[in-house]
Design a protein around this ligand. Sequence first.
Ligand code: ADP
Ligand code: MG
Length: 297
Amino acid sequence: MSIKVENISKVYGTQKALNNISFEVNRPEIVGFLGPNGAGKSTMMKILTTYINPTEGNALVNGHDVLTATKNVQKSVGYLPEHNPLYLDQYVREYLNFNANVYKVSKSRVEEVITLTGLTPEAHKTIGQLSKGYRQRVGLANALLHNPEVLILDEPTTGLDPNQLIDIRNLIKNLGKDKTVFLSTHIMQEVEAMCDRVIIINKGEIVANKKLKELRDGQDQTVIVEFDYRVEDAFLLRLPNAKSVKNTHDFIYEITFSTTQDMRSHVFDFAHDNELKILQLNQKNASLESLFRELTS
Ligand code: ADP
Ligand code: MG
């Protein structure tokens, strides 16, 4: 077990940020910690990286107790904080060398993490000259310096443009092949793109902890079909397992089925039997986003 959280609560003054949280993360595994703003994600991550103490409960990282073995926890963990404080006037290589000194890591490791995070073409620039995507890579490179087994990444993709997003996602997926990655996000798509499992947190409590595959299998299925003519909703609801019908545009209908079996051939047969012509027929990806909204609203 790489991360083991047992009955953790955190109270700030009168505000309860975490309420009796327990979960585990294994190695290698990429687990998404998903929740709306204010859910308690950063608080949990700060506890796991020993920046703050829990009010109650305990956690082990790589077998080390966050309350009593802080040095060992810090050695095991690479942390990318939500608001990564980077020194804009410093050169990338200079910044990493400085931190390598602090962590007592060799200079050759600095070059390794520069290569690993794709920073080579930018390493001679100041951090201030870098795009947000490259600054995130500097943060990741920094988190990787001491070659930790566990990576804790707080909203690593927030604020990136679509191209940067894809690059950072791929980088994290690669890191997850032999490390434990625990990353937070408030966007379900990020979880779908990167994670093996999702732990959903809302108002300081865990509301779901499931493999992505299990979540997808449990979902309804929506088929988008365009006919050459108007069709009554009630008529389409006669399709087997049909749950709801939405007429989204002219003769285009979104039919939701309460089954994961591919219903397109049934729609095709149905159209044929009723002398309707199909102009287009597509399966819409089951939206895990709507599940997330359901669990956190
Ligand atoms: P998230 O990262 O999921 O957005 P946080 O862990 O940052 O959530 O915050 C959880 C809750 O705790 C929020 O309501 C936030 O306002 C509160 N909170 C976080 N840090 C502090 C603090 N230092 N003092 C008081 N309240 C805090
Ligand atoms: Mg946060």
